[in-house]
Design a protein. Structure first.
Length: 516
């Protein structure tokens, strides 16, 4: 049996709890330590902290040196607010990191922090990888989808949700719900709060091997037309209740990558923004490819808190399922472009470790002598250090004590199998939201259900689960997306004219005969 990877979980919040559950269920991963910020969590069993209903035998600690001494292969880093100093210590100690803490390429952390992380990772021979559902996993899906198209000119990601039921959470503080209309500095604050989507633009460009001229961000607001009663986050008429951002990667003056977000906390808005209640991926090319992603609980009869945990699961799992590939990756800051196309381990597919399996004590591994060993590139070609833009090979970087970087994985990266699309910037029409009557119906469903209120009582979980199902069904009308015939290119205009001339009007006799 392959030796299991030793994992430390960093924090025990909502996302981290789902990570812990997954790690404990995986036969190829072994939980050896847990970091806790709060003093009242230190010394408590992780099973109790994560609400697992059983003890695990691993106690939470706030002693970083003690966790480093455990010599883990990887840390699942999931705090609400990242601390670069902690990450630097881990990486320099030769410990790989997978993170959901607003990290993809490090751009959002600032160039000074990104340089410090890069240098620490290279010095320790470790890798740092960040993801989540969006940005992160969805960006990787867009790159994969593009392999079925040619002449790709734009990749557009759109996240569009009413997030009123989460608006009172601490991670919503930076968005400024309820700030006055025209409040100076609010747009800049939103840009800062959504910096990970700027990372996503960079990460997508890397997968497509595109050199961007710049990355831009635009922000727009919608305002409440009725008071919004959200516990801990009241919003009055005229205050901000809708936020829209667009992060764009620019080439030759036009966007080639867009990462768009539309979040609302009520249906009573001016302007009246409809929401798609989904993640939409559009690849503009020949053909145009559109993906719509929705995340629903497998069992809709679960209590409300378990239904809402779906969002935390899809945030945690992209990094947990990438652990083995990240441990095997080159040192430095790595993205999906550096992971093999089949980076999802088979261990994640249906095989779970017995819950009552004995967790025998493991002795500490040998001291730091192994850190002085030099990685060899034998068995696979050395990968250039893209982070520094140099030609220094991975074989020249110090390795961690147990080198799990497999030569066959170093030989194939995701961007080696993705199509190298030419990046001819063209103008595209924006997403057309759902028809007005469907949007009104969806908004009415939200108003009637009002699941964001705090009066959800114990014992009502099954009823609320049914209501949530109706709400989700009401909020998923078909979204009409822009047509690739709107491209201003000569061929696109010709095709659009030809198509329009050949297509009979709806309801005409020829159209009826064609349907028959």
């Amino acid at each position: 049996m392959t030796e299991r990877l030793r994992i430390v979980q960093w924090t025990t919040g909502k996302v981290a709890r789902e990570s812990l559950r997954a790690i404990l269920e995986r036969p190829d991963l072994e939980l050896v330590g847990v970091y806790a910020y709060s003093a009242d969590k230190v010394g408590r069993d992780v099973g109790e902290l994560a609400g697992l209903g059983r003890t695990i035998g691993v106690m939470a600690t706030d002693d970083i040196d003690a966790l480093i001494a455990l010599a883990p292969d990887c840390v699942a880093y999931m705090p609400l607010h990242p601390e670069v100093d902690h990450l630097v210590r881990l990486l320099r100690a030769g410990i790989n990191v997978v993170s959901t803490a607003s990290f993809l390429t490090g751009r959002g952390y600032g160039e000074e922090a990104r340089a410090a992380l890069r240098e620490a990772a290279l010095a320790g021979g470790a890798s740092i990888f960040g993801s989540g559902v969006n940005p992160g996993w969805a960006d990787n899906l867009a790159a994969t989808a593009s392999s079925a198209s040619r002449d790709v000119t734009l990749v557009r990601m759109t996240e569009s949700f009413n997030i009123g039921i989460w608006a009172g959470d601490a991670n919503q503080d930076a968005l400024g719900w309820g700030r006055p209309a025209g409040d100076p500095g609010h747009a800049a604050d939103i840009e800062q709060a959504t910096l990970p989507f700027g990372d996503a633009v960079e990460a997508i460009a890397e997968m497509f091997r595109i050199t961007l001229d710049e990355v831009r961000c635009t922000v727009a607001f919608a305002h409440a037309t009725e008071d919004v009663d959200i516990e801990g986050r009241p919003v009055q008429v005229g205050q901000v209740a809708g936020i829209q951002t667009s992060w764009q990667g620019i080439v030759a003056g036009r966007p080639v990558i867009e990462c768009n977000v539309r979040w609302t906390i009520t249906t009573d808005l001016e302007p009246a923004w409809p929401v798609a209640s989904a993640h939409i991926v559009e690849v503009f090319g020949t053909p145009k490819i559109t993906l719509r992603m929705e995340f629903l609980p497998e069992d809709m009869s679960l209590p409300m808190d378990e239904l809402l945990s779906t969002g935390f699961i899809v945030t945690a799992m992209p990094v947990v399922n990438a652990i083995s590939a990240v441990v095997a990756a080159r040192p430095g800051i790595v993205t999906y472009a550096d992971l093999p196309p089949d980076h999802l381990d088979a261990a994640a597919l249906g095989r779970r470790a017995p819950r009552d399996a004995a967790r025998g004590a493991r002795g500490r591994r040998a001291g730091g002598a192994g850190r002085a060993e030099r990685r060899t590139s034998a068995g696979g070609r050395g990968l250039e250090d893209r982070d520094q833009g140099s030609d220094r090979a991975a074989g020249d970087v110090a390795a961690p004590r147990r080198d799990r970087r497999r030569p066959e994985w170093r030989a194939v990266r995701r961007r080696d199998v993705l199509p190298h699309h030419r990046c001819e910037a063209r103008r595209h029409e924006p997403v057309v939201d759902q028809p007005r009557d469907q949007a009104d119906e969806a908004q009415g469903a939200l108003q009637r259900l009002d699941l964001g209120r705090s009066d959800l009582r114990e014992g009502e979980g099954r009823l609320h689960g049914e209501l949530l199902l109706h709400r989700l069904q009401a909020l998923t009308p078909v979204v009409e997306l822009s047509r690739s015939s709107s491209f201003p290119g000569r061929r696109a205009r010709r095709d659009a004219v030809t198509s329009a001339a050949a297509e009979p009007p709806p309801g005409s006799r020829s159209q009826q005969r064609r349907r028959a």
